[in-house]
Design a protein around this ligand. Structure first.
Ligand code: CP
Length: 320
């Protein structure tokens, strides 16, 4: 694997999941693979899970990880080609990225969308500029539109869990919108849809209120409904996530609290396991009774972030 930006960089999802679960069973199986190699983890936005799980994953492979909180500690970067830098930005990415590529064997970067300009965000300018100028493999730690390490983790968690269940029929996975007080990116939802669609091993339903349609390039192939109760019927997995509007970009239209998953709604499902990428606002986006109840697998899911990152770094090191 030369880079990890989306599911399109993964030739075989199940093989990658298998690799991740093998690392979970034996974390130090390849402890010398990354010896003498260094990864730079660049954050333009906050993180708990992504930062720490990737550091642990690199360490398990014998690789040194150096974290740089660019937003707090670095010069303000300019990404626009031909920019006249008379404003707040101090260093152009075309100057900074090759230097980072000199210091590191692999670069991983987290950038969020602005949620102001859809065309700019969906062009993925930030991560694409890194790829263009870094000269080393680039791993997305979440970009403007996608969060592939999270989605790989989600499929690992579903596969790991569903093996334990007696399943006579195809799995049903539901992605449901949930309320939130702030406009959030569409990245996790876009990416989850993209991965589940490409994986193709489950019936996939997306449910959201009016005006919360996601970009069709990611959702095509899923059943989409505005009737949450209907969607939840017989679900095996319910993935809960808020996202802001895509069409009239980056807005909150409807924050109907009745969209929050409760035990009453969960009763419609096939005793579904409940997933969320975290962080989660309790009793806004997801209820205490769900998060603290027996159906929540959010902690297992977050734990699996290590094995997803380790499998990806391993593939990248093997390709170098
Ligand atoms: N799910 C996730 O990416 O968590 P962090 O934002 O804490 O990294």
């Amino acid at each position: 694997m030369k880079q990890f930006i989306s599911v399109n960089d993964v030739p075989d999802i199940n093989a990658l999941v298998k690799k991740a679960l093998a690392y979970k069973a034996n974390p130090f199986a390849d402890k010398a693979l990354g010896a003498g190699k260094r990864i730079g983890l660049l954050f333009l936005n906050p993180s708990l899970r992504t930062r720490l799980s990737t550091q642990v994953a690199a360490s398990n492979l014998g690789m040194e990880a150096i974290v740089f909180n660019v937003d707090k500690e670095g010069w303000a970067l300019e990404f626009e080609e031909g920019a006249i830098m008379s404003g707040n930005t101090v260093e152009h990415i075309k100057d900074a990225a090759p230097i980072l590529g000199n210091y590191f064997d692999v670069l991983a970067i987290r950038t969020f969308p602005s949620l102001n300009n859809r065309d700019d965000d969906y062009s993925e300018m930030f991560i694409n500029q890194f790829i263009k100028y870094a000269g080393v493999p680039v791993v997305s730690l979440e970009s403007a539109t996608l969060h592939p390490l999270q989605s790989l983790t989600d499929i690992i968690t579903i596969q790991e869990d569903s093996r334990l269940k007696a399943q006579d029929s195809r799995l049903k996975i539901v992605l449901t919108w949930a309320p939130h007080i702030k406009p959030l990116p569409q990245c996790v939802a876009n990416s989850f849809a993209q991965w589940i669609n490409k994986w193709g091993e489950a019936d996939f339903v997306i449910t959201h209120p009016e005006d919360y349609e996601l970009d069709e390039q990611f959702t095509k192939g899923a059943t989409i409904t505005k009737n949450q109760d209907e969607a939840l019927k017989n679900a095996d997995y319910v993935y809960v996530k808020n996202w802001s509007t895509y069409t009239d970009y980056g807005k909150i239209y409807d924050n109907d609290p009745s969209w929050m998953l409760t035990n009453e709604k969960l009763a419609l499902t096939n005793n579904a396991k409940v997933m969320h990428c975290l962080p989660v606002r309790r009793n806004v986006e997801l209820s205490d009774e769900i998060l603290d109840g027996p159906n929540s697998i959010v902690t297992q899911e977050a734990g699996n972030r290590v094995w997803a990152a380790q499998a990806v770094l391993s593939e990248i090191l093997n390709a170098k």
